[in-house]
Design a protein around this ligand. Structure first.
Ligand code: ZN
Length: 187
């Protein structure tokens, strides 16, 4: 007999109430992050809720601030916590990529954050020059645009780049890079 999977709870539960779930700080890959928050009842079926993922982490503070020419920052704050700031003047999709990039720094480069400048321009950087930045950009792209969701957006949007980007909550430019990395031809 085939039964329907249980409905998702309306409000995600806290990590403490799901048994055998490790601390969210030990996650290392975008796949692990998505799987972890799926188990907590977050909706990961279309636009990945990166804002909620960051806000629900007790070790992180998310702030929207005027950062001038910079996109975002991550910095250490007391009690072994980190603050992620994103430019409050930017489009939501750009903010989402910026915060996913900083979240990548938090999971992958936590021991180096104190050496990083507070504030960075993410989209204009040639990532290949700097391994850490390249890793954070790849992390953000794979978190916001996992391959199965990209395929789903392609099916529902029929190849329309703008509609696919809206479905995923990303900019057309970052979607284009991601599609090319996944081997799709973008014209
Ligand atoms: Zn960075």
């Amino acid at each position: 007999m085939v039964s329907k999977s249980p409905r998702r709870p309306k409000n995600p539960t806290s990590a403490a109430r799901v048994p055998n779930l490790p601390s969210p700080g030990i996650l290392q890959t975008p796949e692990q992050v998505i799987h972890y928050y799926d188990r907590l009842g977050f909706d990961v079926d279309s636009s990945i809720p990166v804002e909620k993922i960051i806000e629900s982490n007790p070790d992180l503070d998310l702030r929207y601030v005027d950062l001038g020419i910079n996109d975002a920052y991550i910095r250490k704050i007391p009690d072994s916590r980190f603050e992620i700031g994103v430019n409050d003047k930017h489009h939501i999709n750009r903010q989402r990529f910026s915060m996913a990039h900083e979240y990548g720094h938090y999971l992958l480069h936590r021991d180096k954050i104190h050496e990083m400048p507070v504030g960075e321009q993410i989209l204009h950087r040639n990532g290949d020059k700097n391994r850490i930045e390249y890793q954070a950009n790849s992390f953000a792209a794979e978190l916001l645009m996992p391959e199965d969701l990209v395929r789903k957006s392609l099916r529902s949007a029929g190849g329309n780049l703008k509609k696919m980007a809206d479905f995923l909550g990303v900019s057309k430019e970052s979607l284009k890079y991601r599609l090319e990395a996944l081997g799709y031809k973008v014209t």
